[in-house]
Ligand binder design. Structure first.
Ligand SMILES: Nc1nc2c(ncn2[C@@H]2O[C@H](COP(=O)(O)OP(=O)(O)OP(=O)(O)O)[C@@H](O)[C@H]2O)c(=O)[nH]1
Ligand SMILES: [Mg+2]
Ligand SMILES: [Zn+2]
Length: 341
């Protein structure tokens, strides 16, 4: 009996919290409307989201008097998910605050499902998705492949960056260098760096120059550390790996955009545990594997799933050594995981 009661009580609490949240949102919208009608807000202008905190965003003016100045802005509930990198129309408020009134078109966005399976943008208007990996935390090739598939499906160029090269040793180097080479062979740019030894930074800077890049990857691979060495003075929070698991502790909690001194932007993003690709279909996954190009559609059976079917062009390429076993296995792991939801 007590169990049922508890459940009802819990349900009531959840509903109460949701109601309170909804009324807070509509109260905020009302306040915004009042400010608008009272003429308390300045003229509409363009800006860019440089950070995102729940119902508030930091907007940097991109033109006129507000250019380069940051305002903490509210957004109306009816504007769909704004994300770091978005260009917006906003109106400045009386004390360094403001209101976002519209989102301008994105030319692309990196999307991923959140823990509840809802599709959320990570960052928008990007040139490079820089997938950072390192000797520790342990680098999972399948996670890298998931990022690559997500990047390819949005037409954003993925670049791989092996960080913490100072930690390479006889045990981990063979595997990691082989991984790096594998991606290079398929045609991806692969860079190396060490923030401790300040190694590889010149080449990295050349890549980032005048481009908008987002650093992604597991927690603890050194994304924020990279921003700190590339942009002295930013001083982002950096977190040690857990003593027991040698995994990152999820130090960065929100994507933030920074300007490079000679042009271009850098977006630091929170590390992730896993990358679900439920929003992507089987065909798109296959298209996200660059080395399958020209082979898709060449199998004997039109609905070939590239497993045991005779006349499979992908399996032939695998046997000929044109597709690596690791990538082929990774492809099937992603396909199998699509059915899990
Ligand atoms: N040895 C070594 N350690 C590094 C290097 N770069 C970063 N680290 C360390 O790795 C740990 C994690 O660095 P962060 O920059 O916080 O990693 P992150 O990717 O931003 O992690 P999240 O914000 O949790 O996603 C810190 O203890 C850093 O000092 C490197 O090049 N070599
Ligand atoms: Mg970080
Ligand atoms: Zn096939």
């Amino acid at each position: 009996m007590s169990k049922r009661k508890l459940n009802r009580r819990q349900k009531w609490r959840v509903e109460k919290i949701q109601k309170e949240r909804a009324s807070r949102v509509s109260r905020k919208d009302q306040e915004i409307d009042e400010q608008l009608s009272a003429g308390e807000l300045g003229a509409e202008q363009e800006g860019q989201i440089i950070a995102h905190y729940g119902r508030q965003v930091d907007v940097e003016g991109t033109a006129g008097e507000s250019r380069g100045k940051v305002h903490r802005c509210y957004m109306r509930a009816n504007i769909d998910a704004l994300v770091t990198g978005d260009k917006v129309v906003w109106r400045p408020g009386p004390d360094n605050d403001g209101v976002v009134v519209a989102r301008l078109d994105r030319f692309n966005a990196l999307m991923r499902p959140d823990t509840r399976g809802q599709l959320k943008p990570v960052a928008a208007n990007i040139d490079y998705i820089v997938i950072v990996f390192a000797p520790e935390p342990y680098a999972h090739a399948n996670l890298i492949d998931r990022y690559i598939v997500a990047a390819e499906s949005t037409g954003i160029e993925p670049v791989l960056l092996l960080n913490k090269t100072d930690l390479l040793n006889a045990d981990n180097a063979p595997r990691l260098l082989e991984m790096a080479e594998r991606y290079q062979q398929i045609g991806y740019k692969v860079l190396t760096a060490s923030t401790v030894e300040e190694d590889g930074l010149t080449v990295l800077n050349q890549l980032l120059d005048n481009k908008v890049s987002v650093f992604v990857g597991q927690s603890g691979v050194g994304k924020s550390s990279l921003v700190n060495v590339l942009l002295p003075g930013i001083n982002l929070r950096v977190g040690e790996l857990s003593e027991q698991t040698r995994k990152g502790m999820h130090t960065t909690t929100t994507a933030m955009l920074f300007h490079l001194p000679d042009g271009g932007d850098l977006i630091d993003s929170p590390g992730i545990r896993e990358f679900g690709l439920w929003h992507i279909n089987e065909r798109q996954v296959a298209e996200g594997f660059r080395e399958f190009d020209g082979l898709l559609g060449a199998c004997k059976f039109r609905d070939c799933r590239h497993r045991q079917e005779p006349g499979c062009a992908l399996r032939d390429a695998l046997e000929a050594g044109d597709i690596s076993p690791e990538r082929f296995e990774s492809y099937h792991r992603i396909i199998d995981s699509l059915d899990e939801f």
